[in-house]
Design a protein. Structure first.
Length: 135
């Protein structure tokens, strides 16, 4: 038997059936959890609406508008007007340009480094990597 495979016997109507599942190493599980937390943090930066945890006390924490909300607000302020943008709108466009570039860089780093590291851990154990292909 392969030491990287967990063997389990499941009963069904026709009797016992031997099934196999690959063991996922603890370090890969920890890396996956860290990746999940990083992804959640990046997702909060682009989320259109705010989602509170059930344990949060409402109204005690200020949650600034996400990049997406700020872009939509700027677009709404510019859309349909024939005059030039205001200095405030131009300043917000510059700020958002930097925030989007930073967000894009963070996503690229997450994929190129964190996902690649996790995929190496998974593929070393014969588990299909994120993205569905062997690395």
């Amino acid at each position: 038997r392969n030491p990287n495979v967990v063997y389990a016997l499941y009963e069904n109507a026709n009797g016992g059936v031997l099934t196999m599942a690959l063991k996922v190493p603890d370090e890969a599980k920890k890396a996956a959890e860290a990746l999940k937390e990083k992804t959640a943090a990046l997702n909060r930066r682009v989320a259109i609406g705010f989602q509170a945890d059930p344990d949060d006390v409402p109204g005690l924490t200020y949650n600034p508008p996400s990049i997406t909300q700020r872009l939509m607000r700027l677009m709404g302020g510019l859309d349909g007007y024939t005059t030039k943008p205001t200095s405030t709108q131009i300043e917000e466009l510059g700020t958002l340009t930097k925030l989007v570039a930073d967000l894009e860089s963070s996503w690229k780093s997450l994929v190129d480094e964190d996902v690649a590291t996790l995929n190496k851990m998974l593929s070393s154990r014969g588990v299909i990597s994120i993205g569905g292909s062997e690395q």
